[in-house]
Design a protein around this ligand. Structure first.
Ligand code: URA
Ligand code: SF4
Length: 208
C-alpha cells in the first residue's frame, strides 16, 4: 500500500462499542500500512470515567514492545509533570493519535519517524471512538501531531500552547510533546514550560 492510499480504520471500529471492545478490535486494524512492521497496536489506557484525556503522537520503541502507551522515557517525564501539577496519571486516560509505531531501521536501532497526515487521518476513527466512549471534560494534546489530529491541520501549538481552546465538543489544551522536552537544548526551561501548560489544564479542571 503506497503513501496516501491508506483506507483508514473506519471499517475496523465497532460502532458504539465500549473501551474494552474497541481495544480488542484495534488489535486487528489494517487501516494503514503501519501495522505491518510494528509489534502490536498500542491502544489508549485509563479509567472509562476519566475527565482528562491525554493524546500523544504514536507509540515509541518501548510502547511498541510493551503494548502500553507512554511507558518509556517520554512517559516518565509526563508522569512527573502531571504529578507536579497535582494530576494523578492513574485518573487520566492516555492514548495516541496513531496507534502503531512508525520507525526506520538503522542497524539494530529503530528510529522514530513522525507519522504523516495520511496515517493520522487513517487512525482518527479510533481516537474519535475513544472520545465518544469516555466523554472527557478536557483533552490535552501533546505536540503538533496530536493537536492537529484533534483541532485540525492549521492549528499551531507554538501560538496556542497552554490556552484553553474549543473543538466541536471539548475544551482542549495543547502543549509540546514530552519527547521534545527531553531533546531540548535547555531541558530545564523546556520542562518548566511544559509544567506551566499543564497548570493551565489543572486550572481548567478546577474551574469545571
Ligand atoms: N510518545 C508518544 O507520543 N506516545 C507514546 O505512547 C510514547 C511516546
Ligand atoms: Fe490501524 Fe492506526 Fe495502526 Fe494504521 S496506525 S493500522 S489506522 S491502528
Amino acid at each position: 500500500m503506497g503513501a496516501g492510499k491508506a483506507k483508514g480504520a473506519e471499517e475496523f471500529v465497532p460502532a458504539g462499542a465500549d473501551l474494552d471492545t474497541l481495544r480488542a478490535a484495534s488489535c486487528g486494524c489494517h487501516g494503514c500500512e503501519l501495522y505491518h512492521d510494528a509489534t502490536q497496536t498500542v491502544f489508549g489506557e485509563g479509567p472509562a470515567d476519566a475527565s482528562v484525556f491525554v493524546v500523544g503522537e504514536q507509540p515509541g520503541d518501548r510502547e511498541d514492545i510493551e503494548g502500553h502507551p507512554f511507558v518509556g522515557p517520554a512517559g516518565r517525564l509526563l508522569d512527573k509533570a502531571l504529578e507536579e501539577v497535582g494530576i494523578d496519571r492513574d485518573t487520566v486516560y492516555v492514548t495516541n493519535a496513531v496507534k502503531h509505531f512508525k520507525f526506520e531501521e538503522r542497524g539494530k536501532r529503530r528510529i522514530h519517524k513522525t507519522p504523516g497526515r495520511t496515517e493520522v487521518v487513517a487512525c482518527t476513527p479510533w481516537l474519535t471512538a475513544e472520545l465518544d466512549a469516555i466523554h472527557p471534560e478536557l483533552v490535552v494534546c501533546l505536540g503538533a501531531v496530536a493537536a492537529k489530529a484533534v483541532l485540525g491541520p492549521s492549528f499551531k501549538v507554538s501560538e496556542e500552547r497552554g490556552n484553553v481552546v474549543f473543538s466541536d465538543d471539548y475544551r482542549v489544551v495543547a502543549t509540546v510533546h514530552p519527547s521534545a522536552v527531553l531533546r531540548a537544548p535547555d531541558r530545564d526551561a523546556a520542562y518548566k514550560g511544559f509544567v506551566e501548560d499543564l497548570r493551565a489544564v489543572r486550572a481548567a479542571m478546577d474551574a469545571g
